[in-house]
Design a binder for this molecule. Structure first.
Ligand SMILES: *[C@@H]1O[C@H](CO)[C@@H](O)[C@H](O)[C@H]1NC(C)=O
Ligand SMILES: *[C@@H]1O[C@H](CO)[C@@H](O)[C@H](O)[C@H]1NC(C)=O
Ligand SMILES: *[C@@H]1O[C@H](CO)[C@@H](O)[C@H](O)[C@H]1NC(C)=O
Ligand SMILES: *[C@@H]1O[C@H](CO)[C@@H](O)[C@H](O)[C@H]1NC(C)=O
Length: 465
């Protein structure tokens, strides 16, 4: 009894920070030992695959370079767990604990947390994805007319017939995070001698172009060098564009690059000399580009999602492979399962690489929401709303709406860049009927106007590196 009292007394002297660490540690430990199987399953059920989208980002100029099928409907998760994986990640980082080092702390401090009855509700962790959109006269961060050097014309809504631009005037304010204003010269100074890499689909390319505009202030710059050739990013003969781009700021020696990998699975032509041959899509292998250059990256932002559909696979002659062999498991070959399998494989591989790449901070960006109303991309679907924030301006959920990506990074050192619910509120920010493809009768309610919503993704990224 006496011993217990003494213990309790000593326990009180422990700092709150230590207790917080303790709880986090237990939580993480419990999580790893007991994966929330039901959560994962229902997450999968929440993704249905019945609608379609644009594809404008196939650099190979394949048959699908205009419109093609892309069924993947994103659905908002209704689950609410007390902590997001991001919270866990951040607290681990802040407290200096690594995911591999939880057992010692767990063993030595378990009783204290039990005695004090710590609960997750006491922790007000910073979750960048939870907060509110506010108007800000200092937005946008660059000019949609000015950033011609890096901004594709098709995404520069200022260069189209569009006349409403109120969507440009907002800033995301996280609820419990200190977020300093993005300032390009400060950001570049922090990124001195560093390389920021975006790997993913056309939404990743949008984020890359946004980052180029934000860091240059949207001004024409002669001190930014094209270093694509260093990464083999040159336009192949007959292709519409290269597989990616890389630019280096000469002042700070900061490199920003993008590589197109729409599915994040490694693509391997099965017959190099025959362009009509199938392409193996290795679900269990990170893209060769990523494996080759990982040691040169300091910040990596992955994304995928809108390319996971039958039509797209067929059009590109992508054939699913696992273990170097065509997938025969019918269940795995289902699009939703194949995507989940790939996302998990990439995250697991990346997590295994992080210890040997200590300067690398890796993020998986959650899916960018689409807003087709009254139909889909090929059936008159549109997103004509021009009034900002008609669905509200606040995100109050703790968990990411992208259950697949959130589940994949949970318990790993790969961080979640959660932009799904934040962007869900910004229906008016899509290219809408001002798409260059609009002449073909389609509205683009998938890609975003730039400047616009992807700028916020980069502000959230900048705050976390
Ligand atoms: C996703 O894949 C992981 C790893 O393969 C698996 O543990 C999880 O159950 C899958 N989730 C769903 C929703 O299928
Ligand atoms: C694990 O924790 C111990 C004691 O808290 C510490 O000395 C050690 O450096 C940690 N190891 C890692 C890999 O974080
Ligand atoms: C530029 O940064 C890279 C790391 O990304 C470094 O290896 C190289 O030495 C730097 N170059 C100069 C001139 O400082
Ligand atoms: C690859 O394609 C070429 C040209 O169509 C053909 O001649 C060759 O036999 C193919 N190689 C294999 C291994 O199928």
């Amino acid at each position: 009894m006496k011993g217990a009292n003494n213990f309790r007394l000593r326990g009180r002297h422990l700092s709150i920070a230590l207790l917080t660490l303790t709880f986090t540690t237990i939580f993480l430990w419990a999580w790893e030992k007991n994966p929330f199987v039901t959560t994962l399953q229902s997450a999968q059920e929440q993704f249905s695959f019945h609608s379609s989208d644009f594809l404008v980002d196939s650099p190979k100029g394949s048959s699908s370079s205009s419109f093609s099928l892309k069924p993947e409907e994103h659905d908002e998760g209704k689950h609410s767990l007390s902590m997001s994986s991001e919270d866990i990640e951040r607290q681990n980082k802040d407290s200096g604990a690594s995911a591999l080092n939880f057992t010692t702390t767990f063993a030595s401090e378990k009783e204290d947390s039990d005695e004090d009855g710590m609960s997750s509700s006491k922790m007000k962790a910073c979750n960048y994805a939870k907060g509110i959109w506010v108007t800000d006269s200092r937005r946008p961060l660059y000019s949609g007319f000015g950033c011609k050097q890096w901004l594709s014309e098709m995404w520069a809504c200022r260069l189209t017939q569009r006349t409403d631009f109120s969507y440009e005037g907002f800033r995301w304010q996280p609820e419990n995070c200190k977020m300093t204003e993005f300032e390009s010269s400060q950001f570049l100074k922090r990124m001195q001698d560093k390389t920021i890499a975006f790997i993913g689909d056309s939404l990743g390319r949008q984020q890359f172009q946004s980052m180029m505009c934000m860091t240059t202030g949207g001004e024409w710059r002669l001190d930014v060098e094209d270093v694509g050739a260093e990464y083999g990013l040159v336009k192949p003969r007959g292709a519409i564009r290269p597989d990616g781009w890389a630019y280096r700021f000469s002042n700070t020696n900061t490199t920003i690059l993008y590589y197109w990998s729409a599915s994040l699975a490694d693509l391997e032509p099965l017959n190099i000399t025959d362009p009509s041959a199938d392409v193996a899509m290795h679900l269990d292998r990170a893209p060769a580009f990523m494996r080759r250059f990982l040691h040169r990256f300091d910040v990596l932002v992955l994304n995928t999602g809108h390319h996971w559909n039958r039509g797209k696979l067929r059009a590109n002659r992508w054939v699913m492979y696992v273990n170097g062999k065509p997938v025969e498991d019918r269940r795995l070959a289902e699009i939703g399962n194949a995507k989940n399998f790939t996302v998990h494989s990439i995250v697991r591989w990346l997590d295994s690489q992080l210890p040997s790449h200590p300067r690398l901070v890796a993020f998986f960006r959650t899916i960018s929401p689409r807003h087709f109303r009254n139909g889909d991309w090929n059936s008159g679907g549109s997103c004509d709303v021009t009034t900002p924030l008609t669905q509200g301006s606040e995100v109050s959920q703790d968990e990411s709406s992208d259950r697949v990506v959130a589940a994949a990074v949970k318990g790993t050192r790969v961080k979640l860049l959660d932009i799904t619910a934040v962007s869900e509120l910004r229906e008016e920010g899509h290219i809408s009927r001002y798409s260059v493809k609009a002449t073909q009768g389609g509205n683009d309610c998938l890609h975003w106007c730039l400047p616009g919503i992807p700028d916020t993704w980069n502000e959230l990224l900048a705050a976390q590196v």
